[in-house]
Design a protein around this ligand. Structure first.
Ligand SMILES: [Cu+2]
Length: 486
């Protein structure tokens, strides 16, 4: 391995002081970066057909000359192929499972019938197929797909099964946003690489029980800290955090601001400029970046250091075999700007989409969803671990409800509700709402001690769906629950 890794210590992070003297002996790493940027950014192939197969099988691939992945691939592709469709297009997808474990695919962010949603009870054994037939009748946006079997989701996503599912519609097309080579999907994942250069799924006990698996090797679209050549003009980056547990704070190294135009469920009502943005596992952000604004020719997209109040990450670190704690800074990739090529002028419209979020006054009920950690039990929702056939919540079809996620643990939990898009109403504490929370969401980050209220209207078909933490080790250890639309 000839990769250069720079780790700089800045002493104790503020969060550490809450712990015992033994634990406070560790220091917070400010930045981990691979400065080589040797690999050109891979762009996954696109599927546009009305009928197609997704065949999952065991594979071993060299993802660089130093790093090998023995995992699972869909259609022999890592990451999985990007599916791109228009709103209203019917689709027939045959999922063929040949990975040696049970599996099922979930279409993250879609409002589709319960037997199409990839509920863990629909998992099929290896050697079997699952046939999907549905129509997506919801807003354009950056959605994605990944496996969802009970207790095995973390391993299967980690080993390579995850891809974009992009939906387009007329409202979005009318804006003429950057497209073609000016529209770049970026799937961000972290991985642990062992001494022989193998990516292995081996969460340590503290990672399983507390932090989720945390690695120090960043992969963008499966490429280790890659580079990408761009022109001196405006690009649309579709960011997807497909990591099991790691949260990123998306920024450019020189702090150049960018414009957030979309979130999980598509375009925001209006653009928001920022220079950093938290993106938790499962979340997406659509951003516009004007590369003519950068002073240098080479700019690094990074995850900027951030604090998590009373995070258990240090504990995971202390007990060995985990990657750097949550909040550590990382280089993600490098953009190389060719300043001699300037694209067409693009001015960002002041209004992007019509906002018709549900109002507080329309809500018929407020449900409290307690996220807790119990001795010998692990992570729970309202005191219980997931049980396949127990119905935990019932909601009336057509009703609008407020759900209040209450984090009673010292870990962050990105909470995802299937079959709806919601609007974040408020968050306790100082953080307030972040730019992506001005739009439609299906996953919301709930930090330790926070209470976050979201409002949503249940318009999906009647039946059983799940909601869960999108830290996949938390999900697999039981932080998931069933809700039934009646
Ligand atoms: Cu969690």
């Amino acid at each position: 391995m000839n990769r250069k890794k720079f780790i700089r210590n800045i002493g104790l992070g503020a969060g550490v002081l809450a712990f015992s003297p033994i634990i406070s002996a560790c220091s917070k790493e400010e930045f981990i970066t691979n400065e080589d940027f040797l690999i050109s950014l891979p762009i996954p192939d696109e599927i546009n057909a009305a009928s197609f197969s997704l065949s999952a099988a065991k594979t071993t691939t060299d993802i660089s000359k130093d790093i090998r992945l023995s995992g699972f691939q869909i259609n022999e592709s890592f990451p999985s192929p990007t599916i791109r469709k228009s709103k209203g297009d019917p689709v027939n997808i045959s999922f063929k499972n040949e990975i040696g474990q049970e599996s099922i695919i979930h279409w993250h962010g879609f409002i589709i019938p319960p037997d199409m949603d990839g509920h863990p009870r629909d998992a099929v054994s290896s050697g079997q197929n699952y046939e999907y037939k549905f129509t997506v009748n919801q807003r354009a946006g950056t959605y994605w797909y990944h496996p969802h079997p009970d207790k095995l989701t973390g391993e299967q996503v980690y080993k390579g099964m995850a891809g974009f599912y992009i939906i387009e519609d007329e409202e979005e097309k009318a804006l003429n946003l950057p497209s073609g080579k000016f529209e770049i999907p970026l799937l961000i994942q972290d991985r642990k690489v062992n001494g022989s250069g193998e990516i292995v799924y081996n969460p340590s006990r503290p990672e399983k029980m507390m932090t989720g698996i945390l690695g120090d090797q960043i992969l963008i679209n499966g490429g280790p800290t890659p580079y990408h050549e761009v022109e001196s003009s405006v690009y649309r980056l579709r960011l997807l955090n497909g990591s099991n547990a790691r949260i990123y704070n998306i920024a450019f190294k020189d702090n150049t601001p960018y414009t957030v135009i979309g979130a999980d469920g598509g375009l925001l009502p209006s653009p928001v400029d920022t220079s950093e943005l938290l993106l938790a596992p499962g979340e997406r952000a659509d951003i516009l970046v004007d590369f003519s604004k950068f002073a240098n020719n080479n700019v690094k997209l990074i995850s900027k250091i951030f604090e998590i109040p009373s995070s258990g990450g240090m504990m995971g670190n202390m007990m060995g075999s985990g990657g750097s704690e949550q909040g550590t800074g990382f280089s993600l990739m490098e953009f190389r700007i060719d300043k001699s090529i300037t694209g067409a002028e693009f001015s960002i419209p002041e209004q992007l989409s019509e906002s018709n979020f549900p109002l507080r006054s329309e809500s018929s009920k407020t449900r409290q969803i307690r996220l807790s950690m119990q001795m010998m039990q692990g992570h729970t929702i309202n005191g219980k671990r997931f049980s396949m056939n127990r119905v935990d919540e019932q909601v009336k079809q057509g009703d609008t409800e407020i759900w209040e996620f209450i984090n009673e643990t010292n870990e962050p939990h990105p909470m995802h509700v299937h079959a709806v898009q919601f609007k974040v109403l408020e968050r306790s504490g100082n953080r307030g709402l972040i730019p992506t929370e001005k739009g439609w969401k299906d996953t919301v980050l709930v930090m330790p001690d926070e209470r976050v209220q979201v409002i949503m209207k249940f318009t999906s078909e009647k039946g059983l769906y799940v909601f869960h933490c999108h830290n996949l080790e938390h999900e697999d250890s039981g932080m998931m629950a069933n809700f039934e639309v009646i």
